[in-house]
Design a protein around this ligand. Sequence first.
Ligand SMILES: [Zn+2]
Length: 116
Amino acid sequence: MCSGGAIPRCIVDLTAYYLGLALQEKCGECSGCREALPRIYELLRQISRGEGEISLLDELSSLAKQVLAGEACPASRIGARMVQEALANYDEEFAAHLTERYCPAGVCDIRYVVEV
Ligand SMILES: [Zn+2]
């Protein structure tokens, strides 16, 4: 039943959560599982901490593209497609974490970085 009041979820946090689930289903053999997906997961975690530059988003999307272009198992393809869709639909939310060090949903624990 839908209560009508959605719990605020941050798209970065949510994508990392679902990617974590996809990683549990991974085959462990393909290049997506061994290299790209763990790296994507690490990047999402980093973004949710508000660490790094805006260029991380480009790195994320090229990693996802790389998984989909190569020979990857279903779990890593699902993970990569999810990341691509999240980036395409919620790029402003992703960008806010890195450019403003701010989580629009108020979910991520971002340590405020003072620019000097
Ligand atoms: Zn967030």
